[in-house]
Design a protein around this ligand. Structure first.
Ligand SMILES: [Zn+2]
Length: 121
């Protein structure tokens, strides 16, 4: 085990030509069980708008052998697998935004309450 490994996760870096930086990614070693041929493609979305379709080609040690980044546009056509990944990512993003919204609504409510108390004082 080295510093790039935490439990069943490994940390890897890949260069993204769209952001022009190295991104860090945590990979679960469990994914290896799903593949018998290497390298395999690991697809996900990244970027603030989650609009950069990223394909990493990973070998049996989860080392990044290749990177493919692509900004999504309305004209893109996807495979079933890619569409499933995009939908899944966006669903998770919606859920995160929903939780964040819930938290903010609660905060607003608490601030209002505080203000009302302060006003009455
Ligand atoms: Zn990027």
């Amino acid at each position: 085990m080295n510093k790039h490994e935490i439990g069943s996760f490994v940390r890897r870096q890949y260069y993204c030509s769209i952001c022009d930086i190295f991104h860090e990614i945590k990979l679960d070693k469990e994914v290896l069980k799903k593949h018998s041929r290497f390298p395999f493609s690991h697809i996900f979305l990244h970027g603030q708008l989650k609009n950069i379709l990223t394909t990493l080609y990973l070998d049996k040690n989860l080392e990044v052998r290749g990177v493919d980044v692509h900004i999504l546009t309305d004209e893109d056509l996807f495979s079933k697998d890619q569409a499933a990944i995009i939908i899944n990512t966006l669903m998770m993003e919606i859920e995160n935004l929903r939780l964040e919204n819930e938290k903010l609504v609660k905060e607003i409510y608490q601030l209002k309450e505080k203000y009302e108390k302060w006003k009455a004082f």
